[in-house]
Design a protein around this ligand. Structure first.
Ligand code: SF4
Length: 132
């Protein structure tokens, strides 16, 4: 069975993108057998090799903001977006929290990374139970 693709947006310059990226790394660390990540910028180029790798494959996208760059481009490339997460929604749950900056996450920021990663890992486990 092929691994689920965990694809964060390429947000740079704001903490949203950093949280998305760190959450993707955390998911890969926790569920290495079930998932892998890919470079969104490479997908956006329309490269044939990467398109073949995600076409009709299960993908989970993590976007920083409502622009949904990862979810939209994965869909355009033919990937099946099973779950689309927005970091901004996690931030709304913790009004007043200070997650950090584009280059540095605070304890609040790492907590958000953990929440997003835990949510996605739970779904990965639930969907593999359905398959079993
Ligand atoms: S989803 Fe938002 S934060 Fe992420 S790359 Fe797009 S514009 Fe930037």
């Amino acid at each position: 069975m092929s691994k689920t693709k965990i694809i964060p947006c390429s947000g740079i310059g704001k903490v949203h993108g950093s949280i998305a990226r760190e959450a993707a790394f955390e998911i890969i660390r926790r569920e290495n057998e079930k998932c892998e990540t890919m470079c969104l910028a490479h997908i956006v180029t329309g490269d044939v090799d990467i398109k073949e790798k995600i076409e009709n494959e299960k993908c989970i996208t993590i976007d920083g903001c409502p622009a949904l760059c990862a979810a939209k481009n994965v869909e355009l490339a033919g990937g099946i977006v099973e779950q689309s997460i927005r970091v901004i929604d996690e931030m709304k749950k913790h009004r007043g929290a200070k997650p950090g900056t584009a280059t540095y996450l605070t304890e609040d920021g790492w907590k958000m990374v953990d929440n997003i990663a835990s949510n996605i890992c739970e779904n990965l486990r639930a969907s593999s139970l359905e398959v079993d």
